[in-house]
Design a protein around this ligand. Structure first.
Ligand code: SF4
Length: 569
């Protein structure tokens, strides 16, 4: 039976408990929802000792299900002030599962900086004053040297230590590169607890137990093949998620110049196609087709190098390129790679940061397209520069302080880069998701047999997608293969067959949606108790009034439709 480990940083006590029977199909985001609603006062100070910092593996972690090993982290968010889950690739979820753990719930605050070492013998806390202040790359190097190549590391950067609400949690890949669970400021919760890092060592641990191995094997064979051969997964493998820049531009829904238009003239310069061309022609050591976690069969990740072949960054994704690039009118992919490296090293969310810089550019703090200015602004966060401190507090704080009216955020969180006036189902998700304006909660991309820009039926579409992706975040499935699975009935049947094989019970497609709905209901209940109302389920007014060119659309989904999404939650 999977277990939970509760660690109180104030006393140092570590207590194991069996996962309750009614939580057996909850991992990742679902387990975070259950723990938060059961154990955390929704009115708690997000940066106080009574908030929980939760690290959770998905239900499929450590099994042979392809792409089923995302790591979720969660807490009450210092950015949204609501419940928050963010997830990342890396090795940590697999290692937690191999240690028999579905989740780790960290309470209290340590008196001094700590590193938690977790292995088959339990959790050990070690003073980490020498690591406090280190950037992500130096921290990973030191911990790897101390604990060896068999560990996974979950950490916060210098900005998390300073408790700014754009701080991310970092998780290491099999080759010790950083991946971030970026959204909602969860790195600041880690920093508030003075927990610099969790080192997870599964040496000597057993394989994850599966109730029906034969059923799992047959489902995995079909799933792996179906995901691998999907056309979109092919594109992702060839050009990384950055290939979505050209797609979004073509669809006229690429956030550009602080959401004032849906196309960026220089889109090719920041695209996956450009990266693939650089890799093929003139960049030594540049890698396309990299994977961020064990069991991935898509390989959409990348390693970006400079002209001499030196490492610059890895995993530079569509959202980072769009929000720091087109949204800020920056067209220099080398500068964007440098900025991405800096954000990873400081441990911050590139999306919230790009959104905040776009707002600051609209206020005239920097000129549009000023890549060096953006880099310097970010670099100044730990140095305490005034405008830098502002952007570290997120899109809304930046806009309010600078007197900007067009602030692209919902529930306090900066919006993802898919234009909600053009993809109106995505707009409904941004408005109503209990997580704030996240694309990963239900991005209604075209190709789903509906008119993306009609207001009709968007609320129903968003609700279905929100249930589906809440379930994906609960089982630990990466969102890219989840798109392939969603597009093919046969693959969805194989996925639920695999879940049933792991859990040892019948599990249907209806059960998958019911699981997602159960998770969403817990999140909505938490947020309502934290003071959220339907008035928080709205897009900023400018999206409903200002036309997005060249599409000519405004966001015109009726308010009653927005209110209907969670009316029965
Ligand atoms: S598909 Fe991409 S993001 Fe997902 S696990 Fe693979 S490399 Fe990571």
């Amino acid at each position: 039976m999977a277990k939970l480990l509760n660690v109180d940083l104030a006393s140092g006590a570590a207590v194991y408990e069996d996962l309750k029977a009614e939580w057996s199909d909850l991992g990742g985001r679902g387990l975070i929802g259950a723990l938060m609603t059961e154990r955390v006062d929704p009115m708690v100070d997000p940066l106080g000792p009574d908030n929980l910092f939760i690290v959770a593996a998905g239900v499929l972690a450590g099994t042979a299900v392809p792409n089923g090993g995302r790591l979720s982290v969660g807490a009450k968010s210092p950015l949204t002030k609501g419940i928050k889950e963010a997830n990342a690739g890396g090795v940590a979820a697999r290692k937690l599962a191999r240690l028999g753990l579905r989740g780790l719930a960290v309470s209290g605050q340590a008196a001094e900086p700590m590193v938690m070492y977790l292995n088959a013998d339990g959790a050990t806390l070690k003073p980490a004053g020498d690591l406090w202040g280190l950037g992500t790359y130096d921290l990973i190097g030191k911990l790897r040297a101390e604990y060896g190549d068999g560990v996974g590391i979950v950490s916060c950067g210098p900005v998390g230590e300073l408790m700014y609400p754009n701080a991310a949690v970092v998780s290491t890949t099999p080759d010790f590169l950083p991946r971030t669970a970026s959204r909602g400021g969860l790195g600041a919760v880690m920093g508030s607890k003075k927990l610099k890092a969790i080192v997870i060592d599964d040496a000597g641990a057993n394989e994850v137990a599966v109730a029906n191995p034969a059923q799992l094997r047959s489902a995995v064979t079909v799933l792996t093949n179906g995901i691998r051969t999907d056309q979109i997964m092919h594109y992702l493998r060839d050009s990384g998620t950055a290939m979505l820049v050209t797609l979004a531009d073509m669809l006229e829904c690429l956030a550009t110049k602080n959401y004032s238009q849906g196309r960026f003239d220089d889109n090719y310069e920041i695209s996956g196609e450009k990266m693939a061309w650089l890799a093929k022609t003139e960049r030594p050591n540049m890698v396309m087709k990299h994977h961020c976690m064990p069991g991935c069969v898509v390989y959409c990740s990348t390693i970006f190098t400079d002209a001499e072949g030196n490492y610059v960054t890895s995993g530079i994704e569509f959202e980072s390129l769009a929000l720091l690039g087109s949204n800020c009118m920056i067209n220099d992919i080398d500068m964007l790679a440098k900025i991405d490296h800096l954000c990873d090293d400081l441990g911050i969310d590139t999306m919230e940061t790009g959104g905040a810089i776009g707002v600051a550019m609209e206020a005239g703090v920097l000129a549009w397209g000023d890549a060096q200015g953006a880099y310097d602004l970010i670099k100044g966060i730990p140095e305490g520069n005034e405008n830098s401190k502002l952007i570290a507090q997120g899109v809304v704080a930046t806009g309010n302080a600078l007197g900007v009216e067009r602030i692209p955020a919902v529930k306090g969180q900066g919006m993802a880069a898919w234009e909600p006036r053009v993809l109106k189902g995505t707009g409904v998700t941004y408005a109503t998701s209990p997580q704030g304006a996240d694309h990963t909660d239900g991005n209604a991309l075209p190709g789903m047999n509906y008119d993306a820009s009609s207001p009709e039926g968007q609320a129903d579409l968003s609700k279905r997608l929100q249930k589906y992706f809440a379930a994906m975040d609960t089982i630990g499935m990466c969102q890219f293969p989840a798109l392939a699975i969603d597009s093919k009935t046969m693959l969805k049947k194989k996925l639920v067959q695999a879940i049933g094989a792991v859990l040892g019970k019948s599990f249907t497609v209806d059960d998958l949606y019911e699981l997602g709905w159960r998770v969403l209901k817990m999140e909505v209940a938490f947020n309502r108790a934290a003071g959220f109302t339907t008035e928080d389920d709205r897009l900023p007014e400018f999206f409903t009034k200002e036309v997005c060119e060249p599409s000519g659309h405004v966001f015109d989904v009726p308010t009653a439709d927005l209110d209907g999404v969670f009316a029965d939650a």
